[in-house]
Design a protein around this ligand. Structure first.
Ligand code: SF4
Ligand code: SF4
Length: 353
């Protein structure tokens, strides 16, 4: 984290923007995929065989409506609403009600993530997707791959793709893979005609986060390294216990650095806290890999940057450890104070010369 003072000044003044308001309403899901980064299951979040007391409840509809209303007034938030879970469609009627409310507030891009379990028959799929479109839904992110397939069959995914096509809802088919279980193998189970008419197919690797770390062997993961910055891909993400995070890519399932809870604070106040977090500004603008050297210096046995799956893998590792975050925070403030002291000394010497 050897940022110069000039870099720190730039970091401190650039306001953060968010691409969407993401609501992870529940940690419950009809499935229990081995790669679930959230650790979802029919009983809620389960990790290392234990149920998480912190995420036991679903986020209440009243709080979601309040967040939508407050979000609609935030200049730094793009007017996109994304509803996710767990599996949000365990309560489809509530989803429809929230989509319609978002539409009435002026959100113009209304999207959702689902595993498509509700499309069990062509008729059921048609009825729900038609109602979704009427409620303002523009796109669904449909998750399927080797680990989803035991819970949601390819025929159900085909029903979902066909119904979305008919209803005018675009689909982003989201596939994950490891060295052993490839994207091509999943695609081969789906209807080629429907695949040809799918708006987008996003193929990504399974990363070593959440339940995947417990259920997959380390050799199975692809590794991209921890370099990168995320300021352009941030979302305001609200998790089931009401905590608000600046992304939904891993940090949202940590508790080392909290910014606020929607049940206790206004969204604008939480955005202010995110914007003024020195550690988060380093993560978003300079990259989380900046923390590796200081953490090694502080005595933590960190891996090299190349050994992490990606930046979010390293980020989740750091921000899941409260002690690590506290040490890093102290180190960062001391370094900054020292740099300011040196800059003042330099200016005094220059003006005296
Ligand atoms: S369907 Fe999605 S939310 Fe549910 S267990 Fe699988 S990965 Fe997790
Ligand atoms: S690096 Fe961290 S904050 Fe940035 S997108 Fe990944 S998990 Fe989120």
């Amino acid at each position: 984290m050897t940022l110069s003072l000039a870099q720190r000044v730039t970091l401190a003044n650039k306001p953060l923007g968010f691409n969407a308001l993401v609501v992870e309403r529940t940690s419950r899901c009809n499935a229990r995929c081995a790669i679930c980064y959230q650790g979802s299951s029919p009983q809620g979040k389960v990790q290392k065989g234990k149920k998480s007391a912190n995420d036991a409840k679903d986020l209440s509809p009243e709080l979601i409506r309040r967040a939508l209303l407050e979000g609609s007034r935030l200049d730094s938030l793009n007017k996109r609403f994304h509803l996710a879970g767990g599996e949000a469609f365990l309560d489809a009627e509530l989803c429809l009600e929230l989509f319609a409310y978002a539409q009435s507030l002026g959100y113009y891009d209304i999207t959702t993530t689902t595993n498509g379990f509700w499309a069990k028959s062509p008729d059921k799929a048609r009825i729900l997707t038609r109602r979704m479109r009427e409620a303002g839904v523009t796109n669904i992110e449909l998750s399927t791959d080797h680990w989803h397939a035991p819970f949601v069959q390819p025929t159900t995914i085909n029903n979902c793709l066909r119904a979305c096509l008919e209803a005018g809802i675009s689909v982003n088919l989201r596939l994950l893979a490891t060295h052993e279980h490839t994207h091509a193998a999943t695609l081969a189970t789906l209807d080629p005609y429907l695949l040809n008419h799918t708006t987008r197919i996003t193929c990504g690797p399974v990363f070593a986060v959440g339940r995947a770390t417990e259920q997959l062997s380390t050799e199975e993961f692809f590794r991209r390294g921890a370099e990168g910055r995320c300021f352009a891909v941030l979302n305001l993400a609200i998790v089931p216990n009401g905590n608000v995070f600046p992304c939904c890519a891993g940090m949202d399932h940590t508790d080392g650095l909290l910014f606020g809870n929607i049940a206790e604070q206004h969204l604008a106040e939480i955005v202010h806290n995110i914007n003024h977090s020195p550690l988060f500004r380093v993560v978003s603008y300079a990259g989380v890999s900046r923390f590796l050297q200081p953490l090694q210096h502080l005595g933590y046995p960190m891996k090299t940057s190349e050994e992490y799956g990606n930046m979010c893998d390293l980020c989740s590792t750091i921000f899941s450890n409260r002690q690590m975050v506290a040490d890093l925070s102290r180190y960062n403030s001391q370094l900054e104070a020292e740099q300011v002291r040196m800059a003042i000394e330099y200016l005094q010497q220059s003006s005296a010369a």
